[in-house]
Design a binder for this molecule. Structure first.
Ligand code: URA
Length: 250
């Protein structure tokens, strides 16, 4: 494949991916694919060259839950359970109050998070901080972590085997903190904890439950940076969270 064709394909795939993500955020569950024979002969030939990836997901390993977040974090030192370890600068475990009433769960570290070792310290993180401030919360009062602890190259979506490798540690973080409320940011966190493939546009805005803990799915702040019209529904979701926190005030 020529360099030019390669770059054109890359561009088309990136645009297609962005369109699909937007559709999914807005609640579309399926897109009817054209049969391969109806693609242009060149594209059909290209597709045929690449067999579908084997998406068999390995079963999540059973791990005993350490008693503290520090012990859990130590158990992840030098983790090589998936290939994301090869390019990471830092494993981004999570940060905040170990006794938080609210835990926010994102998708995976981006470039800044990988460089600094802390979750949501990039542009999306700045917006998240503003949302927290508006709720009378802060990074210090809540706990913030991600489904995936190492950065997927180029910020691509996490793969099923990477989620399966990392998910037990998210579950253990939640088991140790025992928050009153979990806020999931974006589709990966909601779908992982709720064990559903429903789109985030349909999941958000209603109370769900994870292991007896109230869970509110909402849009990811990175999505809001691309689609500011999503800020209003997120604020509606966060008002429900504030109501619940106030009703259960300690
Ligand atoms: N996006 C995420 O989902 N998590 C981060 O930590 C940063 C950006």
């Amino acid at each position: 494949m020529s360099d030019q064709l390669y770059h054109e394909c890359h561009e088309v795939i990136a645009q297609g991916k962005a369109i699909l993500e937007d559709l999914q955020e807005w609640g579309f569950e399926t897109v009817q694919p054209l049969p391969i024979e109806s693609a242009s002969p060149v594209v059909a030939e290209e597709i045929a060259l690449y067999p579908a990836e084997d998406d068999e997901t390995p079963a999540a390993p059973m791990v005993e839950t350490p008693e503290t977040l520090d012990a859990l974090q130590k158990s992840l030192d030098g983790c090589s359970r998936c290939s994301l370890c090869q390019q990471r600068n830092h494993l981004v475990f999570g940060a905040g109050n170990p006794q938080a009433r609210v835990v926010l769960v994102g998708e995976a570290p981006g470039r800044e998070e990988d460089l600094q070792g802390y979750p949501f310290v990039g542009e999306a993180g700045q917006l998240l901080e503003k949302i927290l401030q508006a709720m009378n919360l802060s990074r210090q009062t809540v706990y913030i972590c991600n489904v995936i602890k190492c950065r997927p190259p180029g910020n691509r979506d996490p793969k099923p085997d990477e989620i399966a490798a990392c998910e037990p540690f998210l579950k253990q973080q939640l088991a140790i903190i025992k928050p009153e409320i979990i806020i999931t940011l974006g589709r990966f966190a909601a779908q992982t904890l709720l064990k559903t493939t429903a789109p985030i546009g349909r999941l958000r805005g209603q109370w769900r439950e994870y292991e007896g803990i109230a869970l509110m799915p909402t849009f990811h702040p990175a999505y809001l940076l691309r689609n500011p019209s999503g800020k209003r529904p997120v604020w509606e979701d966060m008002k429900l969270v504030m109501q619940r926190l106030n009703n259960q005030a300690k």
